[in-house]
Design a protein around this ligand. Structure first.
Ligand code: ZN
Length: 82
C-alpha cells in the first residue's frame, strides 16, 4: 500500500501567510488577513452551492409530488378568461 501524504500544512491564523505577501509596510501578512479569507469565502461558496443543490433537489421532489397529485385528481375545470 502506498502512503499518501497529505499536502496540508498546519497554519495558525496569526502565522505569516505561506504566499509570502506583504502588507503596505512590507511586513509579512498574517494568514488570517490574507489567504484565510479566500479559503473561507471558497468554503462559504461551496457550502452555499451545496445548500442550493439541496434546495433544488427538494423543489424537484416537491414538483414531482405535485405532478403526481395532479395526475391522481384529474378534474375538468373551466378556464376563466378575464
Ligand atoms: Zn496569502
Amino acid at each position: 500500500m502506498p502512503t499518501i501524504k497529505r499536502q496540508y500544512i498546519k497554519l495558525k491564523r496569526n502565522s505569516p501567510c505561506p504566499c509570502d505577501d506583504n502588507d503596505k509596510r512590507g511586513k509579512p501578512l498574517k494568514y488570517k488577513n490574507c489567504c484565510l479569507k479566500e479559503v473561507q469565502s471558497n468554503e462559504q461558496q461551496i457550502r452555499m452551492l451545496l445548500h442550493h443543490d439541496k434546495r433544488v433537489d427538494k423543489a424537484k421532489k416537491e414538483m414531482d409530488a405535485a405532478i403526481e397529485r395532479d395526475n391522481q385528481y384529474v378534474i375538468d375545470h373551466p378556464v376563466i378568461i378575464p
